[in-house]
Ligand binder design. Structure first.
Ligand code: OAD
Length: 313
């Protein structure tokens, strides 16, 4: 794509935002780092730089669905550190919410799984969580879905969350001659007969490891994106969008990275992030801390960006 020659300064960015009514905002992990949540690919601080000890060929494999099915412990050792906590959001989330409040937000396509956009007040109909989120979790066997928080205690305690529906099914299958495997005190697996009296049966008598594993509804590598992603993009946004703002993403992961070339080349595109990307030709690059950049944009537009993390002048 050839840059649109008429737009290239921060004041052009301000003019574009002021005159646009249907802005597509595409976000990545960089918009949450000021809350202490690591991004993925920053050289020394990104999550992937800290996973060498897991011994995977590629750290992205912690989010690979085939690996998860084989051994969910890789994901769960990492998940403990990335599950959302608290209800805080950043000035950049507040900026996107402000675009919505001003009637300018067409859609926020977020690659983030922290579900913080929802906390900042981005309406569900304006939000596409392209890679899913921790908001819900499902059993990988029977698809039983629960609110994400229901599996957080297990994740925090270092346990693999199991499906209550499957456990219930196993319980119902319990018959006088049903056999189960149970670990003896010395760790050996033994066959043991179920007790027939359910009231007297202690919880550990159920073969919990046979129940399905719960997985937060994050889109892993090897899984399709939610239908809403392509439905919204191709059936709604492509003909309406009048400005694209990309914030805090390295644009390394398809198909989200393909949103930019898919949208009409005549639509102005701007980029806010710490580092430039070489594979996309943005009209305006605003490089730096995104919270600082959006605060400056708001200052120039005379918009009040209310947030406790913005230092007062
Ligand atoms: P990356 O880690 O690849 O990129 C984040 C970008 O944000 C980098 O270019 C950083 O320089 C920049 N950045 C970090 N903090 C910033 C700040 N405060 N202000 C401005 N820029 C900042 O993360 P994503 O592009 O989001 O997939 O990664 C895309 C996908 O790859 C993720 O959704 C994830 C991962 O594998 C899944 O979880 C399935």
């Amino acid at each position: 794509r050839i840059k649109l020659p008429q737009f290239n300064t921060i004041d052009d960015a301000v003019d574009l935002i002021l005159k646009s009514h249907n802005i597509v905002v595409l976000t990545g992990a960089g918009i949450s780092t000021s809350l202490g949540i690591p991004d993925f690919r920053s050289k020394d601080t990104g999550l992937y730089s800290k996973l060498r000890h897991l011994g995977l060929n590629d750290p992205q494999e912690v989010f690979d669905i085939h690996i998860f099915r084989e051994d969910p412990t890789y994901f769960y050792t990492v998940a403990r550190d990335i599950i959302p906590s608290g209800d805080r959001f950043t000035p950049t989330h507040a900026f996107i919410a402000l675009l919505q409040q001003k009637g300018k937000l067409l859609t926020n396509y977020s690659q983030n799984i922290d579900n913080i956009e929802a906390m900042a007040g981005i309406l569900p109909e304006k939000l596409v969580q392209c890679h899913g989120s921790f908001a819900t979790a499902s059993c990988i066997e029977c698809k039983y879905q629960v609110p994400g928080e229901a599996v957080f205690p297990d994740i925090r305690a270092g346990r693999i969350p199991r499906c209550d529906k499957c456990i219930e099914g196993l319980r119902r299958l319990k018959a006088p001659n049903a056999m189960k495997r149970k670990r003896s005190a010395n760790g050996e697996k033994k066959k043991r007969r179920f007790d027939n009296d359910s009231d007297s049966e202690p919880e550990e008598d159920y073969d919990i490891p046979a129940a399905g594993v719960m997985k937060p509804d994050i889109t892993f590598f090897g899984e399709p994106l939610p239908d809403k992603f392509s439905d919204r993009l191709t059936g709604h946004d492509v003909d309406k969008v009048d400005l694209v703002i990309v914030i805090g993403t390295s644009l390394k992961v398809a198909p989200v990275s393909e949103v930019i070339p898919y949208l009409p080349a005549s639509i102005p595109q701007m980029y806010i992030s710490r580092e430039p990307v070489s594979h996309v030709n943005f009209d305006v690059d605003m490089l730096g801390d995104c919270d600082v950049v959006v605060a400056e944009l708001c200052r120039r537009m005379d918009w009040e960006l209310k947030h406790e993390m913005i230092p007062e002048n």
